[in-house]
Write a protein that binds this ligand. Structure first.
Ligand SMILES: C[S@@+](CC[C@H](N)C(=O)[O-])C[C@H]1O[C@@H](n2cnc3c(N)ncnc32)[C@H](O)[C@@H]1O
Length: 383
């Protein structure tokens, strides 16, 4: 199924919007304590890269360091990718980082992208995802609440699964619009502007409760290791809360100036009599002492079934044509079991990718005295 977002985007995608997204990112960074990659994902990536290193034993084609593949969809400026790049470095994980977005106008200039790749891609364009195929070990998408309807969320999630390798993690971070608030002493204090934004989103069928709905859909799809964490700004420190006050004002200003740009009819539909009235309302936002903007950050995780197998490694002495056998030396490395092994096969006879169901047994070509064979003893993921 393929679909395209035809509805207007109520917020902007220009330089000002990039600045607001960077501020939003700084707030999220504080809420996450500077760690962007959830622990189960880190463990999975470590196991994949560690396994591939240990399996490089005397197999020249495997000696190159294997790069993990990570994609951020609707990446905007790519700020999340640049942040995890640091985290991956600290973890000694090597990864190719790919950012995708419907628009390329927030991508960094080509000469400043460093080792991050950027591509345009509509998250709803199913045939394109099918063309890419299962490529990524970890896929992340963030802050799409103002973009997708509930039905489109399902298409987007299905598409993400198309390009995720079996055993890979899917990770969404959302700030549902339904949980945004601006309060003073517990009472609404946005002068009605926030409520107008929420009503507009509802009219455009955006999913105001996307955090819970994404999690429910991942459960429905029977993904493994699903997790749903919610972090409420109410529990954060004062400085973070002040940052959100600025952020919410910028967001609402953007919403109103966007409506102004769409013309008087758009303003009227929102209940603003004129451009001046709308600007006046925005100018007063958050000015009253004790006014505080809140939101809840939802982090939702799920793992695509498949991808981990236990293998038994065995070796046997090779016979030579003169009838001699050389079995004096042990091979340099010969583990009996390789638990949670992701199978990496790049040799000419073994072309399946690590994430596909491996052959039940196969022999590794070896130049020395030993012939090594692997036997898949069980699929750990199916436990
Ligand atoms: C609120 S921004 C979030 C950017 C980024 N994820 C972040 O956290 O900084 C929403 C992004 O979604 C992108 N977008 C909107 N519709 C899209 C679609 N159908 N497919 C892919 N990206 C889309 C916009 O271009 C914008 O960059």
């Amino acid at each position: 199924m393929s679909a395209t977002t035809k509805e207007p985007y109520l917020l902007n995608i220009d330089e000002e919007a990039s600045k607001r997204l960077n501020l939003q990112h700084d707030i999220i960074t504080r809420m996450l304590g500077g760690k962007f990659i959830p622990k189960p994902v880190v463990e999975r990536l470590q196991s994949l890269q560690g396994t591939s290193r240990s399996m490089s034993y005397d197999w020249p084609a495997c000696k190159q360091v294997k790069y993990l593949k990570i994609a951020d969809l609707a990446t905007g400026t790519g700020i999340w990718l640049y942040s995890i790049r640091k985290e991956l470095e600290e973890l000694d994980l090597k990864a190719e980082l790919h950012g995708y977005d419907l628009h390329d106008n927030q991508f960094p200039p080509v000469n400043k992208r460093e080792d991050v790749d950027f591509h345009t891609l509509n998250i709803l364009d199913t045939p394109k995802f099918q063309e890419i195929g299962p490529t990524y070990h970890y896929i992340h998408a963030r802050l799409l609440t103002s973009v997708l309807t509930k039905e489109e969320w399902r298409v987007a999630i299905d598409n993400c699964l198309e390009i995720l390798r079996p055993g890979g993690f899917l990770h969404f971070e959302e700030i549902p619009f339904g949980e945004l608030s601006i309060e003073q002493d517990g009472a609404p204090a946005s002068g009605g502007v926030l409520e107008k934004l929420q009503a507009s989103m509802k009219l455009l069928k955006r999913d105001l409760d996307c955090g819970n709905n994404i999690y429910n859909y991942l459960e429905e799809l029977e993904l493994w290791e699903t997790e749903h964490h919610k972090i409420d700004l109410r529990a954060c420190d004062e400085e973070t809360k002040q940052m959100q006050n600025v952020n919410s004002r910028l967001g609402l200003e953007e919403f109103v100036t966007n409506a102004i740009a769409r013309g008087p009819e758009a303003l009227k539909r929102l209940g603003f009599e004129s451009k001046e009235a709308a600007l006046e309302r925005v100018a007063g936002l958050g000015k009253a002492p004790g006014t505080q903007a809140y939101f809840v950050l939802h982090s939702i995780l799920g793992r695509k079934p498949g991808g981990s197998f236990q293998m038994q490694l065995s070796s046997s002495a090779l016979s030579y044509s003169d009838g001699s056998e050389e079995a004096n030396d042990e091979p340099e490395e010969s583990p009996d079991h390789t638990p949670n092994a992701a199978i990496s096969r790049t040799g000419p006879q073994l072309q399946a990718a690590e994430t596909e169901e491996p052959q039940l047994s196969f022999i590794v070509p070896r130049r020395g005295r030993y012939q090594v064979s692997y036997t898949v003893t069980e699929n750990l993921d199916k436990k």
